[in-house]
Design a protein around this ligand. Sequence first.
Ligand code: ZN
Length: 289
Amino acid sequence: MTRLTFLGTGGGRFVTLTQERSTGGIYLEDGHRVHIDPGPGALHALKRNRIDPTMTGGIMISHCHPDHYANAEILMEGISGGRGDQRGFLIAAYSVTTGRDKVGPAISRYHQEKMRTVLTVAPGDEFRMGKLKGTATVAFHSDPDSVGFRFETGDGIVSYVSDTAMDQGLIAPHKGARVLIVSSTRPLGAPIPFHLSTDDVAVLAESIRPEVVFLTHMGKKFIKEGPRKQARWVEERSGVRTVAAEDDMRVLIRGSIEVISRRRNRRFKVRPFNSLDNEEKTSDEEPDG
Ligand SMILES: [Zn+2]
């Protein structure tokens, strides 16, 4: 079984500052334990979810913006255990490990040297760390070195579209994904440069056709507009089951995909989308958040 934990579902400057939603990134477990994009709040989120950071195998960072890397160094200290012997890995974009112009590096040399392996990845690069296997995918973001990640887990492909502008080039690298996680910063009809909005996510969902899409990295306006409303719009438009991720939400991936919402005390299996499902829900105005 592969397990995902959303350690945070917020993104962007304002939500990161207010921690209206946590910005702790995503935790992937599939025989290995990987922490992806550990922004501010990652440590607290690990504690909330009773995940021991010293058991993490490695850190992955998609690009050099603090909502994606801010807690990484202390987590790397946890991985190395403060011992002399090197342990663990960092897989990250060039701007994160090396820096380019005024951007980065995000991780000090001191911390990079604590890792057994530091792998700088560009779009198309494959990575393999023990059982962890995948590819860095293309992204079109203000940090030009940004990447996404596609993981080949024992339970199928789990793919992560990190911060990016919409581009047709995003589709092919994520084809075949069972689970597609998308940084959906902006709500319907309110695009900003270098980020995806709900309209874009629907195009990706329809073209990639995973079993389920998870919306995360929500900006202030996205949260205000109602994440579940945005998810329903993506479903209606794309015909693909779409879930607005919540902080501390867990996803269990095996034959079926099961979602555990700790915030709403709900547990459900992902079923193919049927437009009738949303008919009664369109009038529900229960607060999102
Ligand atoms: Zn960014």
